[in-house]
Write a protein that binds this ligand. Structure first.
Ligand SMILES: Cc1cc2nc3c(=O)[nH]c(=O)nc-3n(C[C@H](O)[C@H](O)[C@H](O)COP(=O)(O)OP(=O)(O)OC[C@H]3O[C@@H](n4cnc5c(N)ncnc54)[C@H](O)[C@@H]3O)c2cc1C
Length: 495
């Protein structure tokens, strides 16, 4: 290990750098419950934790990391769960949550400029107080940071109408792996026109190309009316038929989120008020009063045509206020691990069939939630509970995510995140040539592979060598097969 005083601990930053073992351990995992035994494969303990306060400080740290050939791992709220902010071979962990200031809200140009470690909730609440509105944000807004969601290329609340993380960005300040500080876009106008779109290069890059330190978003005037209505259905297939027709109608709701019977049953089991339904779709409308009224009328009639029943605005308001707390169900196990895929509207029903078969084969209990991401993309997010004390069970259940991604590929879709374990999907997603280009981009920007190594383009072990994609694919497939031989899940059942 590099000694703190020789490498980093000088000047005004000294009190924000630590090599204390307890603190380093706190930063050796994210929200997902990885079995402790994984530490035999990955060196998840950072050598240092640093809490920077400016892009200049990040740049200084990166210069040290280059000299010492140490990995640099950016971390936001650690709420992703795919291991993106977990070290694989130690290094310098950058806790970006200390950079959480609002720099400027510019009502004249309709922009908000913030430090990258601010949470979405802090930003949205501030904008609301000033009469503005940000299009989209992840449902984990209370803990997720703006740069965390940007780096996962996320899909979330409001994405249907306003796009994902990348669609809202005007400009970013990014510290590159050579320490240079760059701007990726333009503060006041869209990035359209000639030139590689650097904003989008960093969206979904999982912290492998640089550290985002500042972001300028476009913002909107606050809507006149905001209202959610919940609709009950017998099952998710009926929901699928209804959302198909809503997306084909000339209206533009703000958000559509759904969940199945097991999800609401789990919520009730952990003491949260939740409707007793076969499935629930909550549609949120936003805009001028007259437009909201018209859109609600159109949606009501589509829902009725597909056998849905309106539960009204009271249940809608409750669902809306609970939108950030769907994973409280993890109290039933020791943690909940989500799978996340995007599939086209016309294969959603087949995806549900294949997923049901997979769940049965692997003997799991898997509630399903999801949202409509755009007019032809459905985000399907099943999750399973785990108890990491049961090593074999929790390890083998990870095979579900691999098999679930295969279902997405089969039905013209894609898995959403890659993180620590699923770099083996890159070639399946982008083809060999596309995957090669991604490796070349990574090598060109980060020739020494110091920036969040072992994520997105490759899985790197703590011993320094990469696990080949085909081996990861086979290994994860094998885990799924072993899980099928184990007893079925009994989470939430009376013993
Ligand atoms: C209850 C709950 C609801 C969720 N809802 C959604 C949802 O609606 N939509 C969705 O997409 N996801 C959702 N997620 C997953 C997760 O919350 C999001 O991906 C979130 O945006 C991650 O933000 P974070 O700050 O926690 O990032 P982290 O988990 O800390 O990091 C995620 C990735 O971003 C990188 N990173 C972080 N900060 C920086 C930086 N400054 N510069 C460069 N790279 C950086 C990390 O290295 C890592 O690869 C949900 C999770 C939970 C628990």
């Amino acid at each position: 290990m590099v000694k703190k005083d020789t490498a980093l601990g000088t000047g005004t930053m000294a009190d924000r750098i630590t090599d204390d073992e307890f603190e380093r351990r706190m930063y050796s995992h994210d929200i997902a419950p990885l079995p402790k035994e994984m530490e035999a494969i990955f060196n998840t303990m950072p050598d240092f934790v640093v809490r920077p306060k400016s892009a200049k400080e990040v740049s200084n740290i990166i210069h040290v990391a280059q000299r010492k050939k140490l990995p640099v791992i950016p971390r936001g709220g650690a709420s992703w769960g795919l291991g993106g902010c977990i070290p694989v071979k130690g290094g310098i962990l950058l806790d970006m949550s200390t950079m959480d200031n609002i720099i400027e809200i510019d009502g004249d140009n309709l922009t908000a400029t913030v430090e990258a470690g601010i949470t979405w909730k802090k930003l949205c609440d501030t904008l609301e107080r000033k009469g503005y509105f940000l299009g989209a944000y992840p449902s984990s807004a209370p803990s997720a940071t703006v740069a965390g969601w940007i780096n996962t290329g996320g899909v979330g609340i409001g994405t249907y109408k306003y796009g994902g993380a990348g669609d809202m960005i005007r400009n970013m300040e990014v510290v590159l792996p050579n320490g240079d500080i760059i701007n990726t876009g333009f503060d006041y106008v869209m990035p359209n026109g000639s030139g590689y779109n650097l904003n989008w290069l960093f969206v979904g890059s999982e912290g492998t190309l640089g550290v985002v330190t500042k972001v300028t978003f476009k913002i909107y005037p606050a809507p006149e009316k905001f209202e959610s209505i919940s609709y009950s259905f017998n099952n998710l297939k009926q929901v699928g038929a209804a959302i198909h027709d809503i997306t084909r109608a000339p209206i533009n709701p703000f958000h559509m989120g759904f969940g199945d019977a097991m999800h609401y049953e789990y919520l009730r089991k952990v003491g949260i008020k939740a409707p007793k339904v076969g499935s629930l779709l909550t549609v949120t409308f936003e805009g001028a009063k007259e437009i909201v009224k018209y859109e609600e009328k159109v949606v009501d009639s589509i829902i009725a045509k597909h056998g849905g029943k309106s539960l009204g605005t009271e249940v809608g308001a409750h669902e809306w206020s609970s939108r950030s707390y769907e994973f409280k169900v993890r109290k039933m196990g020791l943690g909940a691990i989500p799978g996340e895929i995007l599939v086209p509207m016309n294969t959603f029903s087949k995806v549900l069939d294949d997923t049901a078969k997979l769940i049965k084969k692997m003997k799991l209990k898997v509630p399903m939630i999801g949202s409509v991401a755009d007019r032809n993309s459905v985000m399907v997010m099943p999750y399973y509970l785990t108890d990491k004390r049961k090593f074999v069970r929790s390890l083998t259940t990870m095979g579900f995510n691999k098999k679930f991604a295969d279902i997405a590929f089969k039905h013209n879709g894609r898995p959403v995140g890659l993180g620590l374990f699923f770099a083996c999907n890159v070639e399946k997603m982008f083809g060999r040539e596309g995957s090669n280009l991604m490796h070349e981009i990574k090598s060109a920007i980060d020739p020494n592979d110091i920036m969040n190594p072992g994520k997105l383009v490759r899985t790197t072990t703590g011993f320094g060598f990469d696990a080949p994609g085909f081996a990861m694919n086979m290994g994860l497939g094998l885990l799924a097969s072993v899980r099928s031989l184990l007893p079925r899940d009994t989470f939430g059942e009376k013993k």
